[in-house]
Design a binder for this molecule. Sequence first.
Ligand code: DGL
Length: 282
Amino acid sequence: MSVEDAPIGVFDSGVGGLTVAREIMRQMPDENIVYFGDTARVPYGNKSKTTILRFSRQIVSFLRTKQVKAIVIACNTASAHALDIIEKEQDIPVIGVIRAGARTAAAATENGRIGIIATRGTIDSGVYEEVLRHIDPGFQIFGKACPLFVPLVEEGLTHDFITEEIARRYVKDLQYKGIDTMILGCTHYPLLRSLLKKVMGDDVTLVNPAYETAVELLELLEQKGMRRKRQPGGPPAEYRFYVSDLAAQFQEFAGSILPYDVAETQQIDIESYGQETERGEK
Ligand code: DGL
């Protein structure tokens, strides 16, 4: 297989990273994708850095068995805790979602007051602040952990009044701080975009890091001469989905996020990767 035809590896703690995969599919419809959702060990948002790094290494090790040409860590919590280390360990490009989100927010803000909503792990890591302050030390940055959003999205309550009420409570502090830009710093939150828009009003720009991550990936693949360009009459892009548990449930959710039906999802034993001796799936 030529490097151009090799797939892009995308991973997340579960279904949320499909919002990033969806952007990659939109912006680069010719690229092959292998997606892994760690449905057995989700949520990542309240786990330690050591644990998330171990999980991420196992997943990267699995994706490398699929000959991926690049890896996208499509999970904010894993990007916050593991990207710096993983990208040094790998000899293929690895990108996360945080730098792209921070850059977009920095370009969008006019008053320099930026809010971040994310999991507890991402907020406590301080990584968004670090990247934003590196861009402009004068930014005023306010973070808010919103741990209830992930289960609400997974329950399909994206337009429910309960979710709206919880959102109002979560973002109240950020509204008092006068932010004009808010980063949706968790893969599930773009699915709450219209509800959050209603709660925050038109004066606050909502930043979806998924979009910019795909832009960054496209530029990177171009630069490295790794873009797949489908030949006339050539095979269309192929998408393969793997999970660590509950494949049927994943498939159903994936069908509601992606613009087509996900025909097959394979379950693998992720704990057996990242070790020399065992392989869960050949
Ligand atoms: N994918 C995670 C993130 O973007 C959210 C879900 C979880 O906590 O695992 O931070």
